[in-house]
Design a binder for this molecule. Structure first.
Ligand code: JF5
Length: 272
């Protein structure tokens, strides 16, 4: 997979040389190209921002450097296997970045990230780019960053670990929270390793029982408990048909009962 990033802070993307993504690059599984947006400015100050039309606080990224940068990257990166990239623009007002979107992006041969600074990029840049390639504005969460670079790091790491050959067997991802499977859409419960006793604390005896059926059952209960505590929205999305008797009992103990075909808090008002 080829990944291009156009940014005024390429140094901010230095972590892409480290750890999992760094190793994937070293193995030739990912080919990262960082570009300095200011290389496509032609004034002495290398200006990339200007005041917003209509007034208001902050600055907006000027269209001309972005237009030239995108022209150059599209030309330089094009290959028979990947004639155009899929462009991703991080912004709090984008569509949510989810594991499903990471899986979709992991299937693309070429990604082009355009992280903004200031109040964002002149809209015409995205509108024109969208006539040449698929463009998605994507949010990594409901908070505001100083710029999109950190969001690019997040997305590249989430995508990279899904590429064939990036993860070793030991770190395989089939049991991830949000990955498809039996625990789909449940958060993972606690994990333990040796020593079995540490600072007077024992691991839960079930985890060393050797009873793999009972361990799987316990893990599922712990997953339900954590999900109910931290992400009640995910409990509300559980398909009641995917739930066994013990799940149902655990959910009831946690204050969730099935009503009108979905799980709801025991004390939720009754719909009429
Ligand atoms: C950005 C305008 C882009 O702050 C973010 C962000 C938050 N969640 N996902 C992305 O991106 C930087 C800030 C303001 C455009």
């Amino acid at each position: 997979m080829r990944i291009d990033v156009v940014t005024i802070f390429p140094e901010y993307l230095a972590p892409l040389d480290v750890s999992l993504v760094g190793k994937a690059c070293a193995k030739g599984l990912i080919d990262v190209h960082l570009h300095q947006l200011r290389d496509w400015t032609y004034d002495v100050h290398k200006t990339v921002d200007d005041t917003p039309y209509g007034g208001g606080p902050g600055m907006v990224m000027k269209p001309e450097p972005w237009g030239l940068a995108l022209d150059a990257v599209l030309e330089r990166g094009a290959s028979a296997a990947a004639p155009v990239p899929r462009m991703i623009v991080p912004t709090p007002s984008g569509r949510p970045f989810t594991q499903d979107l990471a899986v979709e992006l992991a299937d693309e041969p070429w990604l082009l990230f355009a992280p903004a600074r200031y109040e964002g990029i002149d809209r015409r840049v995205l509108d024109e780019a969208a006539t040449r390639m698929r463009v998605d504005e994507v949010s990594i969460g409901d908070y505001v960053l100083a710029g999109g670079e950190v969001a690019v790091l997040v997305m590249v790491e989430a995508v990279a670990r899904l590429l064939p050959g990036v993860l070793g067997n030991a770190e395989s991802h089939r049991d991830d929270s949000f990955a498809p499977g039996a625990m789909a859409n449940l958060l993972e419960g606690p994990v333990y390793t040796k020593p079995a006793q540490w600072r007077g604390r024992e691991v839960p005896p079930i985890t060393v029982s050797g009873n793999h059926g009972a361990i799987a059952r316990w893990r599922r209960d712990e997953a339900l408990r954590r999900t109910a505590a931290h992400r009640p929205d995910l409990i509300a999305r559980i398909d009641p048909a995917a739930v066994d008797k013990k799940d149902r009992a655990t959910l009831a103990e946690l204050g969730w009962i099935e009503r009108d075909g979905r799980f709801q808090p025991t004390d939720a008002p009754v719909a009429d």
